[in-house]
Ligand binder design. Sequence first.
Ligand code: 4AD
Ligand code: MG
Length: 497
Amino acid sequence: MIYISNLSEHVDQEVALKGWVYNYRSSGSLVFIEMRDGSGLTQCVVAKDDVKEDAWEAATSLRQESSLEITGTVKKDDRSVGGYEIHVSDVRVHQVAEDYPITPKEHGVEFLMNNRHLWLRSQKQWAAMRIRNEIIFAIHTFFQKRGFVQMDSPIFTGNAAEGSTTLFETDYFEDKAYLAQTGQLYGEAMAMAHGLIYTFGPTFRAEKSKTRRHLTEFWMIEPEMAYYDLDMNMDLAEDMIKAIISTVLEKRGKELEILERDTTSLEKTASEPFKRMTYDEAVKQLKSDETARMLDDMAEARRQEEIDLEKEEKEIKKERGSAKKWRKAQIDQRVKEISARIAQIKEDLRNIPSWKESARNFEWGNDLGGSDETVLMMQYDVPLIVTHWPAEIKAFYMKRDETNKLALGMDVLAPEGYGEIIGGSQREDDLEVMKERIEEEELDQDVFEWYLDLRRFGSVPHSGYGLGLERTVAWLCGLSHVRETIPFPRMMGRLTP
Ligand code: 4AD
Ligand code: MG
């Protein structure tokens, strides 16, 4: 079979392509079919005079998303989508599609989510899934090259590891089981057998809030390393993110373009060192005059931008009346861009005062909220790793520093408002301390006996972290919501399709 992605190898040859109608247009004795075959898009031109009557009939019977087979000659054409055009000699229809619900006009996101099984065929969704695939492959490549062993942790578990409020409970014969919130505890056991391991699997959290960063079912990559301390853990996370981004920039340029992704910050992330600071320093920065001033300056800049955009809009709308057809289309496109940007500015201007207040009044000991992360990250265009967190707000398994007040945890925050993409830590490796933690947290020691064994039989310093796949995909693709980063998202209020 020949696929659209390989047309460059078949220039001036006759090929047969099997796929679907992405877009359809006819004018007199010509039919233009934008065809997709899963691997890409290409324009096919059918001229009435060049094909037999049944092929012409087939071509004129087509509708959006009809399935078809096309034979034709590949011609190089830089103006055409994908850079090639097919001069068609034959058309065979498999099925003429019914009225396709997703038309080129704009649709609301609820409607698109209800039609997710079809929406996956649209260009931007297609591009995002290709990038997700590249990220997955890059992660495996990164770890495999470094001698990590991929091991699977169970999905049914008997114990909570990341707090009891987000557990999904199920019946397990006569017993209770939970869907895994993390594979980490099992990862620790596997690291004591293999040294360097990573898990790559689905995890579940009963998140009862609807945010753009939370799913109830998401995929997590969790490396766990024997004899690694917090610094080595941070270095590994940084290297991994750089490797993922370099691969995507190198191999998925076309998809990033479809998504209209500005890659400036990604390029910096791939090449420049990440910022690192302690929680204490992060809090000081959040509360600083400098941050307040930065937010004021930002508000001022946004207001000015809004004025400029409104002026531009007025001028081009005036011009539109007497403009040529191509210029009208250009103006309409720009007007759309302007109103999207103005909506964003208005939202920022609504948010800035509360961001400013929440940053200024942040209390040491609290967890960083979404808006605090956003404010903190406004000053950086590479990721920031925040370490040494107040122990009370971090998980029981984290090792503490000499003061016993701070947990040796690390959160990696992505720039451009994407927030926390990694959570990790050095693990507590002392049996007695771990027993105390379990007691303090009022966890059932019985179900953790096996985990305590890891501290009884050859305990060593060790560390690990979890990378959220969907948040990573959202960040790299520049998508504002994680619902578009996984084929069939599961969120509160969404179980179908
Ligand atoms: O910070 P978290 O809760 O860390 C852990 O689960 C550790 N056991 C990982 C480890 O040390 N092995 O989650 C890790 C990452 C977050 O940084 C975030 O990217 C993602 O998982 N994540 C979610 N992604 C989508 N929807 C949710 N509800 C998520 N909860 C966490
Ligand atoms: Mg976390």
